[in-house]
Design a protein around this ligand. Structure first.
Ligand code: PDD
Length: 291
């Protein structure tokens, strides 16, 4: 297998070539999907919103009864080394912690060290055409479990949902639970209705996205009307604007939903404003003036 462009990975205390990074087939991550992960963008050689990502990692680990195997300073040192292995350019760090290697038994093993894995790779920005024209999405029932707030590596439901979207010529699946919007298969969703920005509130059915939280912060800082509130399927389907947000895609306009145009069928003015605010925030971050 060709791992290019990943140059180096961190595995259980060592930095090795990607093809040399191997874990036991009895790792509980492999056998049970028993672990958690993070994806962190890197701009100007620095991990973006790092304290927020490490805090969410702590929350995910606590939720599955695992201690953090590394201190925040140790994580920072691992990331710095992985980032240095690449020359410049924006990157994204992937990290995962699993419950380690043990004979197969559902209950937790005792005194088993966690498996810790991380790497960085160049960040692929969304295609220019997707930003200019928006992407297509479909709505599908949210058939995931009831702890979607944990960033768990067990992503089979998300994989199947995203695949359903792809099979229908769309980029993202927008999930509906009990008649209300939750999130995307791998993104949070923002809805614009009558000039007001809405996104579902935190809770067990959505991942508290770091990009989502930054958008809420920017809205607040710039006096833009934005609410965390439940969005019904009918409100979603009659939105003026829709966006998906994530660490790797940032803010991506959705201009077709279930083969119908969203609003005017073009990326709307509020997403343009927020993409601008997001870019400015990233510039400030690169210049060392934001976290
Ligand atoms: N996924 N909701 C889900 C289910 C996600 O998988 C993601 C991100 C988000 C957005 O969170 P953030 O803004 O913190 O990236 C929301 C990552 C990028 C992934 O799995 O690759």
């Amino acid at each position: 297998m060709d791992f290019y462009p990943i140059k180096q990975v961190y595995l259980n205390g060592a930095f090795v070539a990607p093809e040399a990074a191997q874990v036991s087939a009895f790792d509980r991550g492999f056998v049970f999907g028993d672990g958690v992960y993070e994806v962190i963008p890197v701009y100007g050689g620095k991990a973006f919103r790092l304290p927020h990502h490490l805090q969410r990692l702590e929350a995910s680990l606590a939720a599955i009864g695992l201690g953090n195997p590394l201190t925040h300073a140790e994580w920072g040192a691992v990331f710095a080394q992985l980032i240095r292995a690449h020359d410049g350019g924006d990157q994204s760090i992937y990290l995962q912690v699993t419950r380690g290697v043990a004979p197969r038994d559902h209950a937790f093993p005792k005194d088993t060290p966690a498996t810790v894995f991380a790497f960085s790779q160049p960040l692929k920005p969304p295609e220019a055409g997707q930003l200019a024209g928006g992407i297509a999405a479909i709505t599908v029932p949210d058939n995931r479990w009831q702890r979607c707030d944990i960033k768990a590596i067990a992503l089979l439901a998300n994989v199947l949902l995203r695949q359903q979207a792809q099979a229908r010529g769309a980029v993202e699946a927008i999930l509906i639970r009990d008649g209300f919007l939750t999130e995307g298969a791998a993104s949070n969703i923002f809805v614009v209705r009558a000039g007001r920005l809405l996104t579902p509130p935190r809770g067990p059915f959505i991942l508290p996205g770091i990009t989502r939280d930054l958008i809420l912060e920017l809205a607040h800082a710039h006096g833009i009307d934005c609410r965390e509130s439940a969005v019904s399927e009918a409100e979603l389907l009659s939105a003026d604007e829709l966006w998906m947000t994530s660490s790797t895609k940032e803010i991506l306009p959705i201009t077709r939903l279930n083969d119908r145009p969203v609003g005017a069928g073009q990326p709307g003015p509020l997403q343009a404003r927020f993409r601008q605010l997001y870019e400015e925030y990233k510039q400030a971050f690169r210049a060392g003036q934001a976290e």
